[in-house]
Design a binder for this molecule. Structure first.
Ligand SMILES: *Cc1c(COP(=O)(O)O)cnc(C)c1O
Ligand SMILES: [Zn+2]
Length: 396
């Protein structure tokens, strides 16, 4: 790691302890981006040296802002499998389809990639307490990794957080504050408490280190498909951190010569909450009039990382599409029945987006596509039973 630069004005910024935005811009959306000495990385991280590394995301240590010690090296995170899904590809009208199943991370979502970086960074700074505000996966993931690392965690959740995710927080032993208010209020309270008590702030959108963890998904896609990379990579988008990470990972591997061609990246939002898809067309953020979606993990009307998301998707010649809640539930069923992968609604949105992009002529029907399954379906049981209905009750 060399410097941090502002994605808005490009100024070099001093490394913040945890969360922090540009000191010059005075704009909450002016987030910082970690830079690396790519010549040094290229000399040390080669397809040969990678062969000897642990099968988790620390194998990419040169491209991470924290250096794992011996203990962290054993944390199980990343290197999730890629599953070929020919019947689902056929259904969606794509040439071929692969699913990267990130629901197989320790707390069953993509967020573990960021949380593992957060707890290691917090430990290395001597912090004993870490906090975040979240409605779901970021919180349960932080609680899980705080337990792995032996840190205290305080989590602020809004009143309407889904039950299975709250159960995860409680069993991992986090100190859970259910704020009797909105997500925005929980977020502001968390920021204030971190400042007051000196806690490490995991809030991903404004912590420049965490997106580097999300980047490892892109690094893995590159390594796992190196000789035959997909034409497109589809990712569901809420705050925009995940897709920004995936794009950065793919781009860096391409730059290092470890990925033959750079895939185009497709951002997928829900029709009811699509501020980043709109900003991709208009270059301005509209936070008004969003009606919501059943996919709680991407129900983000005020996305903090929209600028980074829009810029990095454009850099890959990518695009955005929006899908309805009906398309999302259909994709949940299809992903399970035609590929054997149980995806939570937000994750299934990426699959629905592939079908939508083919229908709109964005993805050519001959193309190869990889969709990132960002969370496991057991995260939202009530929703699943509503879709499937009850089993057949019979007498023995
Ligand atoms: C957080 C999350 C996303 C979206 O990530 P952002 O960084 O908010 O864009 C997608 N799917 C799942 C399952 C998530 O938990
Ligand atoms: Zn700036």
């Amino acid at each position: 790691m060399t410097t941090l630069t502002c994605i808005s004005c490009g100024v070099e910024a001093p490394a913040p302890d945890s969360a922090g935005t540009c000191p010059v811009c005075n704009d909450p959306f002016a987030v910082l981006d970690v830079q690396y000495d790519m010549a040094c990385v290229q000399a040390n991280m080669t397809s040969q040296t990678l062969k000897q590394r642990p099968m988790n995301h620390w194998r990419y240590a040169e491209l991470l802002p924290v250096h794992p010690d011996k203990t962290a090296f054993t944390w199980p995170v990343g290197m999730t499998p890629i599953i070929n899904a020919p019947r689902l590809a056929n259904k969606l009208g794509a040439g071929s389809l692969m699913l990267k199943d990130d629901g197989r991370n320790p707390t069953a979502s993509f967020k573990d990639r960021a949380s593992s970086i957060a707890v290691l960074h917090a430990l290395q700074q001597g912090a004993t307490h870490i906090a975040c505000a979240s409605t779901g996966n970021a919180a349960s993931s932080l609680a899980g990794f705080a337990a792995i690392a032996g840190l205290n965690a305080t989590i602020f959740i809004p009143y309407r957080a889904p039950k299975p995710k709250v159960a995860q927080l409680m069993i991992y032993g986090a100190n859970v504050m259910r704020v009797q208010g909105t997500y925005a209020q929980a977020y502001d309270l968390c920021t204030a408490q971190c400042a007051e008590h000196g806690w490490y702030n995991r809030n991903c959108a404004i912590n420049p280190y965490l997106v580097e963890g999300k980047k490892t998904c892109g690094l893995e896609i590159a390594e796992q498909t190196a000789s035959n990379p997909p034409d497109w990579v589809a990712v569901a988008v809420g705050d925009g951190c995940s897709i920004a990470g995936v794009c950065k990972g793919l781009t860096q591997m391409h730059e290092l010569g470890l990925l033959e061609k750079l895939p185009r990246v497709l951002g997928v939002q829900a029709q009811g909450v699509c501020p980043i898809a709109q900003a991709f067309e208009t270059s301005t953020l509209n936070t008004k009039g969003h009606t919501g979606t059943l996919a709680d993990s991407i129900d983000v009307p005020v996305p903090r990382n929209w600028k980074k998301a829009v810029a990095c998707v454009a850099k890959t010649q990518g695009d955005f599409v929006c899908v309805s809640d009906d398309q999302i539930t259909t994709a949940m069923k299809q992903t399970a029945t035609l590929a054997g992968v149980f995806a939570e609604p937000a994750a299934a949105a990426a699959v629905a987006g592939v079908g939508q992009a083919v229908a709109q002529g964005i993805i050519d029907p001959a193309s190869s596509v990889l969709a990132v399954i960002t969370g496991n379906g057991l995260k939202d049981i009530d929703r699943v039973i509503k879709i499937t209905g009850q089993p057949n009750d019979i007498n023995p």
